[in-house]
Design a protein around this ligand. Structure first.
Ligand SMILES: Nc1ncnc2c1ncn2[C@@H]1O[C@H](COP(=O)(O)OP(=O)(O)OP(=O)(O)O)[C@@H](O)[C@H]1O
Length: 625
């Protein structure tokens, strides 16, 4: 069952409030032109929310959603056009389309089905793309829709005006649709699917590592956004009564994107606010565009003043506020008192005791694992096991292949040879996003958090990868945060945490996947001694409490020797030793790898023993002295 949080409902009500006020003011104070303007505002809000559902949540700018508006407009228009007008306006309309004469709502429903089908078809390739390639693909879609509309003269009247559509949309029809669009967009944003897509926007690799099927969620966002955009197109068609393909092309795309970007692409309140601001600017400048006599001075006619105004507004806002007027958080999320009012009481930190213990047993077996990068052998024949409840250390000089090993084991980089078996099952055949759910979680050498999501959301993304356990992902996330001592920071944006806290958050995020094996790539890198000490406690606690099998890559050899039960040593991509910390400290091959071949193993060993074991130096794992 889908859970709707109180915060989401409060957010929907708060964001809808300005629309209700605008409708009331327009109808009572400015009937006529004011009502028309506010109706257009409602329709634009729906269109901008449609674009935002995909573009805002995925971080991929879409030029294609105006194409869906066009499809919605033409499809619903064809189904509702007056039959008498149709005979003169579209004399060559195919038989199966002629004389349908539906009323607005059924026509809208059919148009949205058509839009959804096209969105599914186009979404399959588009969802596989990221960044600018995806944006260019959406632009291609817009151009194709335009060309098809212009070329289909029998059905659309080509580039001429398509007219005779009943004006079924007024302020009071547009208002409930706009509020419904706000509800849909906000419910999606706050849902597990929306959160996963937002996480992929922040960091695609990290989101995959916490079980997000990025392509699937891009696809869902694309189709849902297309349906909203299609609805906006149909509403616009029945508001205007007449339009042509150029009304759904670059100009409209530019204005709608400006609204989204100005308000802030990632929020529903930003979409509504940005739409209002741009519409006010456009209205004001449109009055000035034809020239104005102010009495003391006459302003000349300036062609394109509205577009110039929109461009300047975006430049000014972006210069001062990179995330738009409303930033990356919803309005209600930033009103602390409102958030507290809406939120359920927080879980106390002793709730951490209630985390279900992770099932014990089994092993993770790395078998003959190897990885080549265009001929460079980064890793060859790695063979070891990670056992539940034990800490395995992975050490080696710079470039030894440690990160490559972790990336190959976790599937982020597909290995060139060998197998990774969890309880006998080869996980190399799984898609990368399925590996964490199979019991293997990881952190990254360079912290990869979802910086513009809150601390709680970061962990919730991971918790929601586990399906069918009946737990509320957000509640599970709160418990895990308490486990690493970050429960007091739940509502803070992850990017604002201190360095040490960010490292702990990455561990919490991995723990939320309830893994049996956890790979930590240099968890103490960049930490001060106090933070390292705190980290040691956390690792020790979670390992014993949940019988987790840990694989820790570290340059801090003191930490490795204190924390680990087994140590694996790599050098130049080869596994040169495996054993207990004491065995590793006395292993001549290891000492030679760290100190270099210049000195004899015996001499080096004597020095190492005198120095009290291997020590890291400032420049990495080198001379212990
Ligand atoms: N994506 C890649 N493409 C090409 N070569 C790579 C790639 N990733 C790693 N390598 C190479 O593989 C070798 C092992 O690199 P890796 O990062 O795994 O070493 P490491 O032991 O983790 O080093 P460090 O301790 O400096 O992080 C290096 O020679 C590196 O240049």
């Amino acid at each position: 069952m889908v859970r709707v949080r109180r915060e989401t409902v409060v957010g929907i009500l708060l964001t809808s409030l300005p629309l209700l006020v605008a409708a009331a003011v327009a109808s009572s104070v400015f009937p006529g032109s004011g009502e028309r303007l506010v109706t257009l505002f409602m329709i634009n809000v729906i269109a901008v929310l449609g674009i935002g559902m995909y573009a805002g949540n995925s971080g991929i700018v879409s030029f294609g959603h105006v194409g869906f508006m066009a499809i919605g407009a033409y499809a619903s228009g064809l189904l509702t056009i007056n039959p008498i007008v149709q005979k003169t306006a579209l004399p060559h309309l195919p038989e199966w389309l002629a004389g349908i004469d539906m009323s607005f709502l059924p026509a809208l429903a059919v148009a949205l089905v058509v839009v959804a089908l096209v969105a599914v078809l186009i979404g399959i390739p588009v969802a596989r793309l990221a960044g600018s390639s995806a944006s260019i693909a959406t632009l291609g879609f817009l151009v194709i829709v335009h060309v098809v509309l212009v070329a289909s003269t029998d059905i659309t009247r080509g580039s001429q005006t398509f007219f005779g559509i009943p004006r079924a949309v007024n302020l009071w029809v547009a208002l409930p649709f706009a509020i419904a669009a706000i509800a849909v967009a906000r419910l999606y944003r706050d849902s597990s699917a929306g959160l996963k897509l937002r996480a992929s926007r922040e960091d695609e690799i990290a989101s995959t590592a916490v079980g997000v099927n990025v392509k699937l969620h891009r696809f869902i966002g694309w189709v849902l956004g297309a349906i909203l955009a299609g609805a906006a197109g149909a509403l616009l068609a029945h508001f205007l009564g007449a339009f042509s393909p150029k009304d759904f092309y670059f100009n409209l795309t530019f204005v709608l994107l400006a609204m989204l970007i100005l308000g802030g692409v990632t929020t529903v309140s930003g979409a509504v606010g940005g739409t209002a601001v741009i519409m006010l600017i456009v209205e004001l400048l449109r009055k000035l565009e034809g020239g104005v006599d102010l009495g003391f001075v006459t302003l000349p006619t300036v062609f394109g003043l509205t577009d110039i105004g929109i461009g300047v507004a975006i430049l000014v806002v972006m210069y001062r506020l990179q995330d738009g007027l409303f930033g990356v958080r919803e309005l209600d999320e930033r009103l602390g008192w409102l958030k507290r009012l809406a939120a359920k009481p927080a879980v106390s930190s002793d709730g951490a005791q209630k985390i279900a213990p992770i099932p014990a047993g089994g092993t993770l077996k790395v078998e003959n694992l190897g990885k080549k990068f265009a001929g460079l052998v980064a890793l060859e024949n790695a063979n070891f096991e990670i056992k539940p409840g034990l800490v395995t250390g992975l050490i080696g000089p710079n470039g030894a292949g440690k990160s490559t090993l972790i990336n190959s084991v976790s599937g982020v980089v597909p290995p060139s040879s060998g197998r990774v078996l969890i309880d006998g099952r080869d996980i190399a055949s799984l898609p990368v996003y399925a590996v964490p759910v199979a019991g293997l979680a990881r952190t990254f050498q360079n912290i990869r958090l979802f910086k513009n999501l809150t601390v709680l959301e970061n962990v919730t993304v991971a918790a929601s990868a586990l399906k069918g356990n009946g737990e509320d992902p957000m509640e599970s996330a709160r418990l895990v945060l308490a486990e690493v001592g970050l429960d007091g920071f739940a509502d803070q944006l992850a990017g604002t945490l201190s360095y040490g806290a960010q490292r702990r958050l990455e561990i919490a995020r991995a723990l939320a996947l309830k893994p049996r094996y956890l790979l930590l790539d240099e968890p103490a890198a960049g930490m001060n001694p106090a933070e390292t000490q705190e980290l040691m406690h956390v690792l020790d606690r979670i390992r014993t409490k949940y019988r987790l099998g840990l694989l820790v890559v570290e340059h801090d050899l003191k930490l490795i020797m204190r924390l680990c039960d087994i140590v694996v040593v790599l050098n130049k991509g080869q596994q040169i030793a495996i054993g207990t910390p004491a065995e590793i400290q006395a292993n001549p091959a290891v000492i030679e790898a760290y100190i270099g071949r210049r000195r004899s193993a015996g001499q080096a060993k004597r020095e190492a023993v005198e120095a009290g074991g291997l020590q890291p130096s400032a420049s990495g794992l080198q001379n212990p002295a």
